[in-house]
Design a protein around this ligand. Structure first.
Ligand code: F6P
Length: 319
């Protein structure tokens, strides 16, 4: 193996640049050449590929977004499209790849491995919805961004004795919601992985109000419903001075936290080590604070295990 390619694919996440830097610097340290592929699999097929030297990744560790741009490209499922990508790898002499992205990106990475080009996947998504890893790159930053907004909303909620329903991202995963809810002292958290009873939510708000806690934050995961819809439902059960806020794509941006930068750096260097051992078709993760790798095929048949005890913690602490 002489030349490795690197791409970011799917929704961007803070820390992707730190991962690009880590893969590049580790590969250069090992005497390999590195090629950046812009726009994920779409850029691979189009041949939007350039050589990365050590200076090209100067200072990117602290930057949000991805310097390699990103795209969702379902067309890569087709064999004839994959072959166009392979032709580009041959043209640039790229032997192996690191793909930073979510579940969809791993499907493309596995296809490349099956065509004889080893690819390693790094979990880059704010959603934290990838199996066999406790955390994904970008999750911690997104939680902190959501938390910052919740703290601010809590100030105005307190001043006007209001209840805010705050919708956070996460696709079908409630991890951002649970972490932000625990850290933000929320009154309740509504996630796809756990049933909720709107009457009980209302009852809890009512009894808190009677005890003197007249403002509240309810964190709602986008996978359940939209914030205004939830607020409309809740309004039928009492006058809680409801307001709905959707945080949206702000959660995808910003400088990565130290935790995301370190995670991305560790995973990026580890991916290069795996490639140097001649391995491919593997997804890197972190479990119990240790770097791990699992066959991508195992991930496709599994579900990320959320820490549902955090849901209970919100219930217990919001008495
Ligand atoms: O997967 C990351 C994510 O931000 C999800 O949380 C969200 O549901 C989705 O992407 C939004 O997608 P888009 O950026 O295409 O609007």
């Amino acid at each position: 193996m002489k030349r490795i390619g690197i791409m970011t694919s799917g929704g961007d996440a803070p820390g992707m640049n730190a991962a690009v830097r880590a893969v590049s610097r580790k590969a250069l340290t090992e005497g390999l050449e590195v090629f950046g592929i812009n726009y994920g699999f779409a850029g691979l097929v189009a041949g939007d590929i350039f050589q990365i030297d050590a200076a090209a990744v100067n200072d990117v560790i602290k930057r949000g977004g991805t310097m390699l741009y990103s795209a969702r490209y379902p067309e890569f499922e087709k064999e004839e499209v994959q072959l166009k990508g392979i032709a580009q790898l041959n043209k640039f002499g790229i032997d192996a790849l690191v793909v930073i992205g979510g579940d969809g990106s791993y499907h493309g990475a596995l296809k490349l491995t099956q065509h004889g080009y080893n690819a390693i996947g790094l979990p880059g998504t704010i959603d934290n919805d990838i199996p066999y890893t406790d955390f994904t790159i970008g999750f911690d930053t997104a939680v902190n961004t959501a938390l910052d907004a919740i703290d601010k909303l809590n100030d105005t909620a307190a001043s006007h004795e209001r209840t805010f329903v705050v919708e956070v991202m996460g696709r079908n995963c409630g991890d951002i919601a649970m972490w932000a809810a625990v850290a933000g002292g929320a009154a309740d958290v509504i996630i796809p992985e756990h049933d909720y009873d709107i009457e009980k939510v209302a009852e809890k708000l009512r009894s808190s109000r009677q005890r003197g806690q007249k403002h509240a934050i309810i964190v709602l995961a986008e996978g359940v419903m939209h914030a205004d819809e939830f607020a409309d439902k809740l309004a039928k059960y009492g006058d809680f001075q409801l307001r709905a806020t959707t945080l949206g794509h702000v959660q995808r941006g910003g400088n990565p936290t130290a935790k995301d930068r370190v995670l991305a750096s560790e995973m990026g260097a580890y991916a290069v080590e795996l490639l140097m051992q001649g391995k491919g078709g593997l997804a890197v993760g972190i479990q119990n604070n240790k770097l791990v790798n699992h066959a991508m095929t195992d991930l496709f048949n599994s579900k990320h295990e959320s820490q549902l005890e955090l849901h209970k913690l919100v219930e217990d602490l919001s008495y």
